[in-house]
Design a protein around this ligand. Structure first.
Ligand code: FES
Length: 81
């Protein structure tokens, strides 16, 4: 379900606009952001990012909305890896 566009703030400080419901990996690619990947089916965790503090697996997640404000993305670092 697409309910509009939302501004995304990437880890390098760049921004882009994306449609709600689009794939995170595709939007990152369009924005020139490389999110590491592995299995591409949600099981390995290589693609984990934080979106407004919530850890998601980018390969199986879509941009959620509606939301007020921006979505801030950070790379997720697992201290046990
Ligand atoms: S690439 Fe393995 S969980 Fe996303």
């Amino acid at each position: 379900m697409n309910t509009g566009t939302i501004k995304i703030v990437w880890p390098n400080g760049s921004t882009s606009e994306a449609a709600v419901g689009n794939d995170w990996l595709k939007e990152a690619n369009k924005a020139g952001i490389n999110i590491p990947t592995g299995c591409l089916n949600g099981s390995c965790g290589a693609c984990e990012i934080e979106v407004n503090g919530e850890v998601i697996r980018a390969c199986i997640s879509t941009i959620k909305g509606p939301i007020k404000g921006n979505l801030k993305v950070d790379f997720f670092y697992d201290p046990f890896w």
